[in-house]
Design a protein around this ligand. Sequence first.
Ligand code: B4P
Length: 191
Amino acid sequence: MFNLILFGPPGSGKGTQSEKLITKYGFKHLSTGDILRSEIANQTQLGLEAKSFMDAGKLVPDAVVIGMVGAAITANPGVYGFLFDGFPRTKPQAEALDTLLSEHGTSINVVLAMEVPEEELIARMIGRSKTSGRTDDADPEVQKKRLSVYKNETLAVADHYSQFDKVVSLNGLGSIDDIFNALCAEIDARA
Ligand code: B4P
């Protein structure tokens, strides 16, 4: 199996690039943001609980997302590999993911980290808010909160995988196709 984490701040293009990568390589896409939004749309108990955190720009509690990802890994045996998009977002999530994968006899091969300046992230979130209907995109206070959560809680995930020499940083600024080609080159060098 080849397992990849697509890493980066909110609005860095993880969802955008994931769509292209799953088409090219056949990864099983695991986006915790997408799963949570679908729980909200279906008005499940989990969705109702998650919504208040997401609307405030906060992270949904670790136990909730770890449970979701564990269930998704177990439900997809025999896939080419998993593309984790927006997960892990905290050090405990990263440690739990490592344990879950090792229980299935596999591990993370590489973390591809997209770097994008803050002004561009805010511009992209504002742009996305016009079409996505996402309540967490338009409000400047929520954007600020999401960026501070990224710095305070999520950057630790890159530190965690750096100790195993698994993190590759890439420029996330430029055309979607150029960034996609750079990501593919890193995957092809390892797959
Ligand atoms: P996510 O759904 O993961 O979304 P995101 O980080 O905001 O965006 P992404 O990086 O995927 O950007 P996109 O491609 O859309 O998280 C949402 C919320 O869910 C979190 O705040 C949190 O509350 C909760 N959550 C999710 N996972 C969690 C977890 N593990 N633990 C706890 N809570 C969790 O790109 C953004 C925009 O930029 C788009 O409009 C796109 O068209 C544009 N764009 C992309 N690439 C571009 C490029 N190269 N140039 C110009 N524009 C570009």
